[in-house]
Each structure stands twice: as C-alpha cells, then as structure tokens.
Ligand binder design. Structure first.
Ligand SMILES: [Zn+2]
Ligand SMILES: [Zn+2]
Length: 385
C-alpha cells in the first residue's frame, strides 16, 4: 500500500540528557532534541496485519495537524520542531476516519463496513493514570503517527477500543464523503472539547469567552463555545484568512492582535467585566497569558492547550484577587469526549467541515503538509482514493 513515511536521524543534541528508557525503546521524549534531517516521502510499504483485538481500516480522510508541520520543518541545526514523544521511521497522520475492512477475532462491537474515526492516543488501560481515569496521561502511551504507524496511508490497523462509529453523522449528512471529512475532524475537535469542558469545567450559558489562536483547535473551541451558549466569543488570530474562518465558525468578533490590544478589546466588549473563559490555542502563552490576566472576569478561567516550551510570566495576585483559575490540557481520550463531539456534529450544533480549505490525494501528501506550513489554512485534508 501507499503511505507517507517519515524518516529522520537519531542524533541527540550534545546537551540533551538522553534517558536509559529512550535508549532502550528508541523513543524520544523530546523529539526536537533528538531527531535530525527529517525526510517525508510517499512510499510503497507493506499492508498492516491485525491482531485479534484490532480492526483494519481503509482510510478515507486524514487531516494535516500542526504537529505534522513540525515534523517537516526544522531549526537551523536540522532538528525537527516537534517537541513531543516520537519514534521514527513511521507513517505520520492521526486525525482520520475510514471504513472497516477487516475485524480481529476478539472484536465484538464493530463489523466490516462500519464508518469510524479513532483516538490518536493509544492508552494502555493498565498503568496507574489509566486505572485512575486519566488516559490522556498514560505512562505507556503510544501515539499513531508519532510512535506507531499513522493514517496518511491507504490502511491502518488499530485497536477496536479506540474506534468510534460515525453512523450518527451519516444520518445528518447523508453523504459518505462529508461524513468522512467530518469524522476526520473529530480528533482535533475533541482536543478543544477536553480543554474547555473536561479540564476547565466549562462555563455557564451566557458567559463571555476569548479564544487566542484560530488554527484548527482554536476554531473548534470557538464553535464549541458558541454551541454551549457563550454570549460572546471573541477571537484573536494573526492570519487574515483564519480570522474569516473564526467568524464563519461562530466567533462574534475576530481581531488581529497586531492591530489591537487584546485585553482592551475584551474589557470593552464585556462591559468592563472581562471574559469568563480564556482559551490559549495560539501556542504563544508568554504573549497571550499576560493579556488574559488583564481581562479576566471574577471567577474567570484560563485554559492552556497550545503547546509552547516556554516559561510564562504570571502575576498570581490576579488569580487571588479575581478568583481566577488556570488549567493545562492535553489529549482527547476518555471522559465521553469523542462520543460527545460526534453528537455535537450529528445534531448540527457544530459543523467543523466549514474549516476545510484544501484537499489533496495521498500521492501529494507532502505538498499538503508544505501548504499547511503557511499557517493560513483552516484544515487541509488528505484523501486516499
Ligand atoms: Zn493533531
Ligand atoms: Zn496507561
């Protein structure tokens, strides 16, 4: 089968404290300090075979994620930019949907022909965080497209327990192509859902929300906050096309932070009360969080989902005086997140397919990732034939 394979050289930076675990497993905890000279190529590889608890999925759509761009882009020393868990070579791609073409002997709740999407985080279910109900913090985590083969491919084998059926979307859209595109957007939308509703505990209908960054996660956050009854959603984003997408998906106001001072805008639009929830999806918390602090409502919340390996100046007095709270979020598994996002889509409360701005076939997957590097698109889809 055809697949987009990422190869890179294992070459830990001289100052990187490589652990015994990394040496034994060949997995880098901080990819950007270990993997050098990445190469992405569409190649012919062997079709995966399934274990008894797995299903084989024919991939129908797979979205390009910010992390895929960070595998492709390098710093001046040739290291990849992605700072997380990685093991190469592997097939990349993790925001996908497809149709089941084979089921393992132990699989009981899925059958050939089912339309599904799947979680990206292959949590073990046995470690202490998993057993305590925190699969997003599994200590034996594998990630499709990062440490094990992903979905920029014709087929992917994955555990049945990570799959979620898209039948309800078929009822809504009545069109397979559209179902698969929406299905491939469930994963990033779930990352936003986990941030807002699971980690930060949501907000009361009628709340004011500010979202910093209108890439796919920020756009999903905007749509979900509007669907959940936010009275005003105020978005900040430096790319003009993404500002338009922010408005299209539900933002009441969208500003370029290079043209306004965000905290002043938020204070003005909230009658001086501040936003009840601030979502950091820009990955620039050293710039955005100080703005959030100055426009935090009493009992307001700040939720960090953008990734940034940087320290942030915070004035904790603000949290005390304004009864503020800060939440860190990662992942999308557990907590009824995937099924809830599928329901939001099926009910029409959110339609994330509106953020798709380009489509490529698998042969041109490298171009799709290069195009995403412009950071002006909403979501770019790769669709194997
Ligand atoms: Zn992703
Ligand atoms: Zn675990």
């Amino acid at each position: 089968m055809k697949a987009l394979v990422l190869t890179a050289q294992w070459d830990p930076r001289p100052d990187y404290p490589l652990s015994d675990w990394e040496r034994e497993t060949g997995k880098a905890i901080t990819g950007s300090s270990v993997w050098r000279y990445p190469q992405l190529r569409v190649e012919e590889v062997e079709e995966p075979t399934i274990k008894p608890d797995q299903v084989l999925i024919r991939v129908k759509a797979c979205g390009v994620c910010g992390s895929d761009i960070h595998f492709y882009e390098t710093d001046e020393d040739g290291y990849i930019l992605y700072p997380g868990l990685t093991k190469f070579p592997t097939i990349t791609g993790h925001e996908f949907s497809g149709q089941i073409v084979e089921v393992g002997s132990e699989v009981t709740d899925l059958k050939v022909g089912d339309m599904v999407t799947a979680e990206e985080m292959i949590w073990c279910g046995y470690c202490i965080p998993c057993r305590n109900g925190f699969p997003n913090h599994c200590t034996n985590l594998e990630e499709i497209g990062f440490t094990i083969p992903g979905a920029f491919a014709e087929y992917i084998a994955i555990g049945a327990k990570y799959c979620w059926k898209l039948n309800a979307l078929m009822e809504r859209f009545g069109d397979e192509e559209k179902v698969y595109e929406a299905g491939a957007l469930v994963e990033p939308s779930s990352v936003a859902y986990n941030t807002i509703f699971e980690r930060a505990g949501g907000f009361r209908p009628g709340a004011y929300v500010a979202v910093y960054g209108a890439g796919p996660i920020g756009l999903a956050a905007i749509a979900e906050c509007k669907a959940a009854g936010a009275a005003k959603v105020i978005a900040f984003e430096i790319s003009e096309p993404r500002l338009e997408l922010a408005k299209k998906i539900g933002a009441d106001y969208a500003f370029n932070p290079k043209e306004v001072t965000p905290h002043e805008v938020v204070m003005e639009l909230t009658e001086g009360q501040g936003a009840d929830l601030h979502v950091e999806a820009a990955g620039a918390p050293h710039i955005t969080v100080p703005e959030m602090e100055k426009s935090l409502a009493i009992n307001g919340k700040i939720a960090q989902v953008g990734r940034a390996a940087t320290r942030v100046p915070m004035y904790l007095e603000t949290l005390q005086v304004r009864r503020g709270q800060v939440f860190g979020a990662q992942g999308h598994s557990g907590h009824a997140i995937f099924p809830s996002v599928i329901r939001l889509m099926a009910s029409g409360l959110i339609d994330m397919t509106q953020i798709i701005t380009a489509r490529y076939d698998l042969d041109n997957a490298v171009d799709a990732i290069a195009k995403s590097g412009d950071r002006t698109d909403g979501k770019i889809m790769v669709k194997p034939k």
